[in-house]
Design a protein around this ligand. Structure first.
Ligand code: ACO
Length: 331
């Protein structure tokens, strides 16, 4: 197959992670867990937690500013802002409009994507479409989560897994030199919608005092249900995106996978016949930051020089919905 011609390109990356760090040993004092259980089952050692009063849109804005600076453009140059998040400042309006306001961008479209951990890959795919058809030139795509405020800190099956943070990219038109988003694919399957939910607070279950006492407004997850499909779907989506790019896994320089569980990433690596050394890993430091995990890891690897211009990089993510996707990008 002939390699597809990229239509949009990542012009700059950025991230923001809160200063406060919660270690596994800190969690031992909160719930019935242990550093060894968390490390062995997930690969997580620490996670960053937003400061009191810090908002999702504050973190998103900081990551966005960092990506704009890396791209060498200002907020006034943007045509669109897309924010992947399930933990925005409030249910209404979109977190993206607060980011637009804080960045000082013009009256451009600004909207949220609700695809949980796949939110960044969804946002990238949508931005790529707008740039390809000429409806937008510069798009800021942000993945941001402030999950620490929507976790049940008495539920050891969820509270040890997640962290807060934001990552961002600026997308613009590809210049014809082969660099850019070569292929990107997104999927959903509502059959597993009940496996990862915030059951209360929507129209099906408006919040009541009893509901709040039973933590119906917090994240509930059947981890094993997600684990089983994660390895299969992340691998298959990656192969589909690679095929769309006219590549095989052997052509990849790096993989930036969603950081939910080191065991999931290891099994995806095995299915793609790739060594784990090809994967950018930071789950140890941040835990699962949902839609923020890929752009945070991407920005770290770009800034420390692991990912270089011209490298072929695969993104793959899966989360609540379930929703998942994969993108092949020549940096
Ligand atoms: N500390 C100690 N023990 C624990 C803890 C904990 N924090 N949590 C669960 N356990 C116990 C369980 O109660 C169970 O005990 P039992 O055997 O006596 O019943 C035992 O450990 C094993 O529990 P499992 O759920 O079988 O553990 P598993 O190996 O499946 O790991 C995990 C759980 C880490 C959640 C894993 O299933 C996973 O990573 N799932 C995928 C998560 C994911 O990818 N989510 C999607 C993205 S998130 C998003 O979209 C927002």
């Amino acid at each position: 197959m002939i390699a597809a011609q990229p239509r949009s390109r990542i012009l700059g990356t950025g991230r923001y992670t809160p200063a406060r760090v919660l270690h596994n040993t800190d969690l031992e004092k909160i719930v019935d867990t242990s550093d060894s259980w968390i490390t062995e089952r997930t690969g997580i050692r620490r996670r960053h937690i937003a400061a009191d009063g810090e908002l999702t849109s504050d973190m998103a804005t900081a990551a966005g500013r960092s990506a704009l600076a890396a791209a060498g453009i200002s907020a006034a140059d943007l045509d669109m802002i897309i924010v992947g998040t399930i933990s925005g400042d409030s249910p209404l309006p979109a977190c993206a409009v607060h980011v637009q306001q804080k960045l000082g961008a013009w009256e451009i479209p600004a909207f949220d994507i609700s695809a949980a951990c796949a939110g960044f890959v969804y946002g990238l795919t949508i931005a790529d479409q707008f740039i390809t058809n000429g409806a937008a030139c510069r798009v800021l795509v942000i993945g941001v989560e402030l999950l620490s405020r929507i976790l049940n800190w008495k539920d050891r099956t969820t509270c040890v897994l997640f962290g807060d943070g934001a990552g961002a990219v600026v997308l613009g038109p590809a210049s014809g030199d082969g660099r850019g988003i070569v292929s990107t694919r997104i999927f959903s399957d509502g059959a597993l919608a009940g496996s990862l939910v915030i059951p209360g607070g929507g129209t099906s279950e408006p919040l009541t005092v009893d509901g709040i006492e039973r933590s119906r407004d917090k994240v509930h997850m059947v981890g094993q249900d997600i684990f089983k499909v994660a390895v299969k779907n992340l691998s298959s989506a990656s192969l589909i995106a690679l095929e769309g790019a006219g590549m095989t896994a052997a052509d990849l320089d790096w993989v930036v996978a969603h950081q939910a569980n080191l065991r999931i990433i290891s099994q995806v690596a095995a299915r793609l016949s790739l060594p784990l050394e090809k994967f950018v890993l930071n789950i140890e430091e941040y835990g699962n930051t949902s839609s923020a995990s890929i752009p945070i890891a991407l920005d770290e690897a770009v800034r420390d020089g692991r990912i270089k211009p011209g490298h072929n990089v695969l993104f793959c993510a899966l989360g609540a919905g379930i929703s998942w996707g994969a993108s092949v990008v020549r940096m």
